[in-house]
Design a protein around this ligand. Structure first.
Ligand code: GLU
Length: 400
C-alpha cells in the first residue's frame, strides 16, 4: 500500500512480541498454553523498588523530566558503571530511554546514513537488523557457529568489516543463545576493532547480571580502554531487576552521540516515564543481594531444561553461561512428520506445530538468523518448565 512508507516495507514486526502476544491470546481463549516465548523474568519487581515508585508518586514526581532523564538516575548509572564495569562516565555522557530498545534505536537513528553498515553476529536478538533497516542502514550478518557455542570469532568479525561499517553490535550474554564471551574471547574481538578505527561498538549488556557457574562479565570498553571514545555501552533494568514493564534502558558514551540521541528523544517520546526513573534509581543504588538468589533459581532451571531437551533424539541443547535462554538445534527432526502429516520442513513450522499440538510457545530460530533452532526462555516456574519440556519430548517422539 503506497500510503505506508518505503522504509516500513523493509522491516517486519518483532517475532518475540508476536509469539508472546499469540500465546496470551490463546490463553485468553481458554487454551492450556505454557509460554516460553517472552524474554521476561517471572519474578516480581523487588518491593524496595516498588516503594520508591510509590514514594515518587506521593511526592508529586509525576511531571516531565529532561528528555534523556533525571540527574539522580544519571548519577546512579555512573556509579553503577564504575562499580561493576570499571568505566568512568559523568552524567552528561549518559542517556536514559524507554527501555533498552529505545536506546539502541535512538543511537542507530542518530548515526546511520544510507549505505552505512552495521555488523551483527547471528544468532542475534530479533530487533537489531530491523532497527538498522528502520534507521536507513544495512545490517551485515556474521554467522557464528555451534562449534564455538554461537560466539563470533575474531576472523569472522574481521571478514564482516568493510570501509562502510559504522557499528558492531556486541551482545553478551546473548539473547537468544545465552552464550557469554570470556575475557580472552572478547579481547580477540576488541583487537580486531583496534585495527579498524572507523568502527564504533554498541554493546547490549542487558543480561550482565545473569551469569552462572562463576562466569565473569566483561564489556568491551573495560577490556580495551582505547575503545572508550567509540563505544556506546548500553544496559537497562528490565531483566536483572524484573522491571520489563517499567521501560527503563540507558547508555553511556561520547557526549556528541549522547547529545544527538537526546535530540531524537526530545522530538519523539520526550522523557522516559518519570516514576519509572525514580524506581530505577532505587534499583541501581539499593541492595543487590537478591541478584545472586535469583541466579541460583535461574541456573537450576537452566540445568533442568538442558537435561530434558537433550533427552530428545534429534535435538542438541548446549548449556549456556548466562541470560535465561537456551537455543537448542533440531537438525535431527527436520523432514519428520507430525501424526496429522505436517512435514517439519524448518524451525518455524516446528514452533507452529509445537504450539498447535502441545500448547508450548517458543520462538523459532529463523527469527534470530540461525536455523534450525528454537529459543526457550526459562524465566518461568520449575513446574511450568517441567511440564513444557515433557510436552516437547512427547511432541518430538510422536514425529515420524
Ligand atoms: N528482549 C525480550 C525478548 O527477546 C523482550 C521482547 C522484545 O523486546 O523482543 O523476548
Amino acid at each position: 500500500m503506497t500510503f505506508l512508507s518505503a522504509t516500513l516495507s523493509r522491516v517486519k514486526p518483532s517475532p518475540t512480541i508476536a509469539v508472546t502476544t499469540k500465546a496470551q491470546e490463546l490463553k485468553a481463549a481458554g487454551r492450556d498454553i505454557i509460554g516460553l516465548g517472552a524474554g521476561e523474568p517471572d519474578f516480581d519487581t523487588p518491593q524496595n523498588i516498588k516503594d520508591a515508585a510509590i514514594a515518587a508518586i506521593n511526592a508529586g514526581k509525576t511531571k516531565y523530566t529532561a528528555p534523556d532523564g533525571i540527574i539522580e538516575l544519571k548519577q546512579a548509572i555512573c556509579a553503577k558503571l564504575l562499580r561493576d564495569n570499571e568505566l568512568t562516565y559523568v552524567p552528561n555522557q549518559v542517556s536514559i530511554g524507554t527501555g533498552g530498545k529505545q536506546i539502541l534505536y535512538n543511537a542507530l537513528m542518530a548515526t546511520l546514513n544510507p549505505g552505512d553498515e552495521v555488523v551483527i553476529a547471528a544468532p542475534y536478538w530479533v530487533s537489531y537488523p530491523d532497527m538498522v533497516l528502520l534507521a536507513g542502514g544495512e545490517p551485515v550478518v556474521a554467522t557464528a557457529s555451534s562449534q564455538t557455542n554461537y560466539k563470533l570469532t575474531a576472523d569472522q568479525l574481521e571478514a564482516a568489516i568493510t570501509p562502510k561499517t559504522k557499528w558492531f553490535i556486541f551482545n553478551s550474554p546473548s539473547n537468544p543463545t545465552g552464550a557469554g564471551y570470556d575475557r580472552e574471547e572478547l579481547k580477540e574481538l576488541t583487537d580486531v576493532l583496534m585495527r579498524h578505527p572507523h568502527v564504533w561498538v554498541m554493546t547490549d549488556d542487558m543480561y550482565e547480571h545473569l551469569m552462572y557457574d562463576d562466569f565473569e562479565f566483561y564489556t568491551p570498553a573495560q577490556i580495551e580502554p582505547a575503545l572508550y571514545e567509540r563505544t556506546l555501552t548500553c544496559n537497562g533494568v528490565s531483566k536483572a531487576y524484573a522491571m520489563t514493564g517499567w521501560r527503563i534502558g540507558y547508555a553511556a558514551g561520547p557526549k556528541v552521540l549522547i547529545d544527538a540521541m537526546r535530540k531524537i528523544q526530545s522530538q519523539s517520546t520526550s522523557n522516559p516515564c518519570t516514576i519509572s526513573q525514580w524506581a530505577a534509581v532505587e534499583a541501581l543504588n539499593g541492595p543487590q543481594d537478591f541478584l545472586a538468589e535469583n541466579n541460583r533459581t535461574f541456573v537450576r532451571r537452566r540445568d533442568l531444561v538442558v537435561e530434558m531437551l537433550n533427552q530428545i533424539d534429534g535435538m542438541n541443547c548446549p548449556a549456556p553461561e548466562g541470560a535465561f535462554y537456551v537455543y537448542p538445534s533440531i537438525g535431527g527432526l527436520i523432514g519428520k512428520k507430525t501424526a496429522d502429516g505436517v512435514v517439519i520442513e524448518n524451525d518455524e513450522i516446528f514452533a507452529t506445530q509445537l504450539l498447535e499440538h502441545s500448547g508450548v510457545a517458543v520462538v523459532f530460530g529463523a527469527a534470530f538468523g540461525l536455523s534450525p533452532n528454537f529459543r526457550v526462555s526459562y524465566a518461568t516456574s520449575d513446574e511450568a518448565l517441567k511440564e513444557a519440556c515433557t510436552r516437547i519430548q512427547t511432541f518430538c517422539s510422536a514425529l515420524v
